[in-house]
Design a protein around this ligand. Structure first.
Ligand code: ALA
Length: 635
C-alpha cells in the first residue's frame, strides 16, 4: 500500500463517518509567533477546540504537514522522521470516547487490515493532584473491542515509563495505564507545564508490535509498549481534550473534544508489515536515488543511519522551501539551514555523486504532486534554495574545518569558539558539537545559547530601527495614532494589570494595532474602560515630550520597553503628561505614560481629538497563546 493510498483510505473513512475534510495548513503557522512550525494537526484548530464554532461543522479530518525540530537528532533509527504527515480527526463537542475508539479500531483492522493480535493500547492513569480521574471508560471500550475479536485483553497499571522497564508486561495484557508523561497531551506537555488558557486532556495511544524486533536491554530490563527499543511502534494518539488550564488547576472546556493524530508514514509502514518507516514507497524512492548516487548499500550497518538522515532531511527541506522558508541564521531559516547542512555532511560521508540532489528533488515532487501542488509550483525555488545553500556551506566548510581543527588541537572548544564558527563560518552549533564529539570534546550549550541570544537581540534592535517602531509612514494621521498607541498601552495596564507588556505594533494612517501579553480575552466592560481612559487623556490636552537619558535611568523610572528589543546606552523616552515649561522637559513623576521610543509624536494629546474625534476599539482577538491584539481607530 502506498502512502497516498493509506491517506486516501483514512480520509474516505472519516468522510463516510460524517467528517468534513479540510486541506493541510502551511508548515509555518499563520498568526502564531510562539511556534516556528506546525508540529501537530491540532495547531490550526486551537480556536475551535477552545469553543469557537468551526465553519465546516463539528466533525473535521485532514492530513497535516508537520515538522518536529526536536526530533532532528533522533533521525537514524527505524521510525523517527522530522517531517511527517499527521492524520487527524476531530470532534468539536460532537462524538467522544466510544465512537473515536471504535472507529480507529475499525480503520486499523478493516481498512488497512492490521493484525488485531498485534495491537496494544495505553490509557491515562489519572492525576489526583489536579483532580483528573483515571480513564477507565476508554480501557473498558478497548476491552470490548478486543473481546469482539476474540482476543484476551488484560489490563495492567504501569505508572511511569521507568516503572514499565521494571515491571514489563505479562501474558494476555493488552491495555496499559501510564501517567501524565505518557498519556496526557497538550501542546506544552504535562499538566504542570501548561500555561493558563491552554487546552489538554488524557489520551489513549495505539501501538503495533513487530515480532522480528527483539527487546534490547540497553533501554531497560523489560520491554513494554512505551519502551524505546522499537518493538512497539506508536500509530496514533486519541486525545480527549476536555480541560483547560487555569491559575490554580483545571476547568472543563465548554465542550468535550476529540483530537486524534497519527503518523501517516508509520501507519503506512505497518500496513505493509514493515517496522522500518524508510521502506514506504516515498522514502524508498529517495533511498534508491542515494544508493544509485553513492554505490552504497542501505542495509549496511555503517551507512544505514546516513541514508535515513539524508532521506528525511531532504524531504523536510523540500517541504519547507515549498512553503516559502529560505535558509538563514534565525528562526525557521536556521532550522532549514541545519537540515540542509546536516544532509550534505551525510552525503559526503556516503560519497554521493553530484546531480543526486536534483534527482532526489524530482523524486519527492513526483511522489507528492497530487496532494501538495506547492512543491511542483515552486520547483525552481526548491532546487535553487538547496543548491545555493549547499554551495555556501561548502565554501565555508573547508575553512571552518581548518579553524576547528586548530581549536580542537587545544583539547577543548569553548562556547565562544562555537559562536565564532557559527557567525564567521556558518557552522550550526550542532555541527560543531558533532565534530567536536568525534574528538571526544563536549561544548557548553548554555553558554552558546547566551551568546546567540545576545546576537539575536542585536539584530532585532537593528530591524526595529529600520521599521521605525512599527510606523508605516510619518503622515500626520499616522503620528496621531502613534501617540494614541502609547496612551492605550498605559490604559490597558490600568484595566488589566501592570504585567501587560507590548509584544508588537503596527500603525498606519487608517488605524493602530497593538499586540500585548494578556492571559485572556477582555470583557466588553474592560474594553469600554480602556476606551474611556484614552478619551479622557486626549481631552486633558496633555503635552507629549521627548527626553534623552541613560538607559539605566529610564529603566529605573519604569519606562515601557517592547519585549525582546535591545536598547542602546542612551535612549529617547516619550512622556505623555505635564511638562516643566521653563526647561521644556517632562515632569516625569507626574507622567501618565512613559515609553522608550524613537518617535515621532504629536506635541499635545488635544491634536488627536481635533474635530470632536473619539477613540474606539474595533476588535480584540487572540493572536497566539497569551498574546492579544487590538485594532482601534480615532474617528
Ligand atoms: N495532538 C495530538 C498529538 O500530536 C493528537 O499527538
Amino acid at each position: 500500500m502506498t502512502l497516498s493510498e493509506v491517506r486516501q483510505k483514512y480520509l474516505d473513512f472519516f468522510r463516510k463517518n460524517g467528517h468534513a475534510i479540510v486541506p493541510s495548513s502551511r508548515l509555518v503557522p499563520e498568526n502564531d509567533p510562539t511556534t516556528l512550525f506546525t508540529s501537530s494537526g491540532m495547531q490550526p484548530l486551537i480556536p475551535y477546540l477552545l469553543g469557537q464554532p468551526h465553519p465546516q461543522g463539528t466533525r473535521i479530518a485532514d492530513s497535516q504537514k508537520s515538522f518536529r525540530a526536536g526530533d532532528i537528532e533522533e533521525v537514524g533509527d527505524n521510525r523517527h522522521t522530522t517531517f511527517f504527515e499527521m492524520l487527524g480527526n476531530w470532534s468539536l463537542g460532537d462524538y467522544f470516547k466510544k465512537e473515536q475508539i471504535s472507529w480507529f479500531w475499525q480503520f486499523l483492522t478493516e481498512e488497512i487490515q492490521l493484525d488485531p493480535e498485534r495491537i496494544y493500547v495505553t490509557c491515562f492513569i489519572g492525576d489526583p493532584s489536579n483532580n483528573i480521574p483515571k480513564d477507565t471508560e476508554s480501557a473498558e471500550i478497548w476491552q470490548s473491542m478486543f473481546a469482539e475479536a476474540g482476543i484476551t485483553n488484560g489490563i495492567a497499571e504501569i505508572g511511569s515509563e521507568a516503572d514499565g522497564y521494571v515491571r514489563g508486561m505479562k501474558s494476555g495484557e493488552r491495555i496499559f495505564f501510564y501517567d501524565a508523561k505518557k498519556n496526557w497531551w497538550s501542546r506544552s506537555g504535562t499538566p504542570d507545564k501548561m500555561p493558563v488558557g491552554e487546552p489538554g486532556g488524557g489520551d489513549t495511544e495505539m501501538f503495533y508490535m513487530f515480532p522480528e524486533i527483539q527487546h534490547n536491554t540497553k533501554y531497560g530490563e523489560h520491554c513494554h509498549p512505551n519502551c524505546d527499543c522499537g518493538r512497539y511502534i506508536e500509530l496514533g494518539n486519541s486525545v480527549f481534550m476536555e480541560y483547560m488550564r487555569t491559575a490554580d488547576g483545571f476547568v472543563p472546556l465548554p465542550k468535550k473534544n476529540v483530537d486524534y493524530g497519527g503518523g501517516l508514514e508509520r501507519i503506512t509502514a505497518a500496513a505493509n508489515n514493515r517496522s522500518d518507516v524508510f521502506m514506504i514507497d516515498v522514502l524508498q524512492r529517495i533511498i534508491v536515488e542515494i544508493a544509485a548516487g553513492s554505490g552504497k548499500d542501505y542495509n549496511h550497518s555503517e551507512y544505514q543511519a546516513s541514508f535515513r538522515v539524508i532521506a528525511d532531511h531532504m524531504r523536510a527541506a523540500i517541504f519547507m522551501l515549498g512553503d516559502g522558508v529560505l535558509p538563514s541564521n534565525t528562526d525557521q531559516g536556521y532550522i532549514l539551514r541545519r537540515l540542509i547542512r546536516r544532509a550534505v555532511r551525510h552525503m559526503d560521508k556516503l560519497q554521493v555523486q553530484e546531480g543526486t540532489v536534483s534527482r532526489i528533488i524530482d523524486s519527492i515532487i513526483a511522489s507528492y504532486k497530487d496532494q501538495y501542488s506547492e512543491l511542483s509550483a515552486n520547483h525552481s525555488t526548491i532546487l535553487m534554495g538547496l543548491l545555493e545553500e549547499e554551495k555556501r556551506f561548502r565554501k565555508t566548510l573547508s575553512e571552518g574545518m581548518r579553524e576547528l581543527s586548530k581549536i580542537t588541537a587545544k583539547g577543548s572548544v569553548s562556547a565562544d569558539d562555537a559562536f565564532v564558527l557559527f557567525t564567521t563560518y556558518g557552522f550550526p552549533f550542532e555541527l560543531t558539537e558533532e565534530l567536536a564529539k568525534e574528538q571526544g570534546i563536549a561544548i557548553n550549550r548554555e553558554d552558546f545559547d547566551k551568546a546567540m541570544e545576545k546576537h539575536r537581540q542585536e539584530s532585532r534592535a537593528g530591524a526595529a530601527q529600520k521599521f521605525a517602531g512599527g510606523l508605516a509612514d510619518h503622515q500626520e494621521q499616522t503620528v496621531k495614532y502613534h501617540t494614541t498607541h502609547h496612551i492605550l498601552l498605559k490604559a490597558l495596564q490600568m484595566v488589566l494589570g501592570e504585567e501587560v507588556k507590548q509584544r508588537g505594533s503596527n500603525i498606519t494612517s487608517e488605524r493602530l494595532r497593538i499586540d500585548f501579553s494578556a492571559p485572556r480575552k477582555m470583557t466588553d466592560e474592560e474594553k469600554k474602560r480602556a476606551e474611556d481612559i484614552v478619551n479622557d487623556i486626549i481631552s486633558q490636552n496633555l503635552p507629549v515630550t521627548r527626553t534623552v537619558m541613560p538607559r539605566e535611568e529610564a529603566e529605573k523610572l519604569g519606562a515601557q520597553m517592547e519585549f525582546g528589543v535591545k536598547y542602546p546606552d542612551m535612549v529617547s523616552v516619550y512622556s505623555v503628561g505635564p511638562k516643566d515649561a521653563t526647561q521644556d522637559t517632562p515632569k516625569i513623576p507626574e507622567a501618565f505614560s512613559l515609553e522608550f521610543c524613537g518617535g515621532p509624536h504629536v506635541e499635545n494629546t488635544s491634536l488627536i481629538g481635533e474635530g470632536g474625534k473619539k477613540f474606539k476599539i474595533l476588535k480584540e482577538e487572540a493572536v497566539a497563546q497569551g498574546v492579544r491584539r487590538i485594532k482601534a481607530v480615532v474617528q
